[in-house]
Ligand binder design. Structure first.
Ligand code: NAD
Ligand code: GLY
Length: 375
């Protein structure tokens, strides 16, 4: 794939990118104060009724603004409990209950207002309700704005494995209002940066270089830097999704660090570690394993550790999981093929590959690394 060139910090006010999926092509709007802009919604709403899906933290902050943007439509809403531990079939059912109570038909449009948990659940409900209805993503966390709202992966967790029940279902539009990030807790901002760093690592070394320079501005919530990082991440994701919507090839690279991260999330109990925190450690572990295998220069591995640290993310895994438990959890991964673990590893910064060629003893050594800490 063609390289993207230098990162642009201009045009921070409002940008539009498109996910090129033929007839299902859709826009990603990125900018400030988009929540109440009817032009972001109107063309993408199927009928006259909408069901806003949000949670008890985000709704008090942003539901009214979204409602203003939907003037003229019949607005319904369902407010879910907040937390990764609620990303399950029981909570999903509350969305179906609300849709059925309101007698919503196939022309209803779901609007997901919140972070990745709300987005994944509302998207999955839209994929299933009456065999599929329209939905719009309105992501309000950095993680959701750079990653989860784009690409149509929807679903819920199972106690045995992360995101194990789900569907591919693309949104009609993604509306990323960067002003919402002003209320995001610091820990959540850092969690989002893990997915941002991932894009630099998998195929965009100029972005990684830019991040090394601009991470202090990102942590300080500099609006120009944040808008640039969101746009560049979405540009990377949109290209990959357009080329491999259903993950038969290169889309798997978006899972760099996630085999380790998902094992931490499931093993520690959903919500104990934030998804982005688990991915941050996963990026470091993927780099360390790649280095052990002789694929990644120690200098590159050190740069990765340094950037993840500067993002305010944890860099060592919990030591409360013995390696057998790790391997058991990692075996429940969507990349496992014919019982064989496949991992996304690195041959350089901006050069990731999916491989089954992993020596289990080297993997075990990485899992048991002297760096593991207690909690
Ligand atoms: P989240 O949805 O739990 O949101 C994090 C916290 O921030 C929550 O407490 C939420 O209520 C709160 N919040 C959201 N917006 C806020 C705002 N503007 N101000 C204040 N608080 C706000 O977590 P997340 O990190 O957004 O998403 C993680 C989820 O996304 C995981 O379940 C992960 O599996 C999923 N994910 C999906 C994809 C995909 O492609 N579908 C990709 C990456 C991650
Ligand atoms: N976050 C992984 C994907 O969208 O494919």
């Amino acid at each position: 794939m063609e390289t993207l060139g230098p990162v642009s910090e201009t045009g921070a006010e409002r940008r539009q990118l498109d996910v090129e999926l033929g007839e299902r092509r859709y826009p990603i709007f990125i900018g400030r104060n988009l929540l109440s802009d009817p032009d972001c919604y109107r063309p993408y709403i199927a009928g006259e009724r909408v069901m806003i899906v949000s949670n008890e933290t985000v709704a008090p902050l942003y539901l009214d603004a979204v409602r203003r943007g939907l003037d003229g439509f019949e607005i319904n809403q369902v407010i879910l409990p907040d937390g990764e531990c609620y990303k399950d079939l029981t909570t999903l059912n509350r969305i179906f209950d609300a849709l059925l109570e309101r007698r919503c038909g196939r022309d209803v449009t779901l609007i997901a207002l919140g972070g990745g948990v709300v987005g994944d659940m509302a998207g999955f409900a839209a994929a299933c309700y009456q065999r599929g209805v329209a939905f719009i993503q309105v992501p309000t966390t950095l993680l959701a704005q750079v990653d989860s709202s784009v690409g149509g992966k929807t679903g819920v967790n199972h106690p045995a494995g992360k995101n194990m029940i789900g569907a591919f279902h693309q949104p009609r539009a993604v509306i990323a209002d960067t002003a919402t990030l002003e209320t995001l807790p610091d820990r959540e901002l850092s969690a989002g940066l893990a997915e941002v760093v991932k894009y630099g690592l998998i195929g965009d070394s100029p972005f990684f270089d830019w991040l090394e320079d601009r991470v202090p501005a990102l942590c300080d919530r500099d609006a120009t830097a944040l808008a640039a990082a969101i746009a560049r991440s979405c540009q990377n994701k949109a290209r990959i999704v357009a080329a491999d919507e259903r993950e038969s090839g290169q889309r798997a690279l978006l899972n760099l660090g996630h085999s380790f991260g998902h094992a931490i999330e499931a093993g520690m109990g959903y919500g104990t570690w934030l998804h982005g925190e688990a991915v941050g450690v996963g990026l470091v572990m993927a780099a360390q394993l790649s280095e052990r295998l002789g694929w990644l220069e120690p200098d590159a591995s050190a740069r990765i550790l340094d950037l993840v640290t500067r993002c305010g993310l944890p860099t060592v895994p919990p030591n409360s999981m013995p390696s057998e438990r790790w391997l058991e959890l990692m075996a429940v991964d969507k990349k496992v093929q014919r019982g064989r673990l496949r991992l996304v590893l690195l041959k350089g910064i901006g050069n990731a590959l999916l491989t089954a060629d992993v020596d289990v003893e080297q993997l075990r050594a990485t899992l048991e690394g002297p760096e593991a800490h207690g909690d």
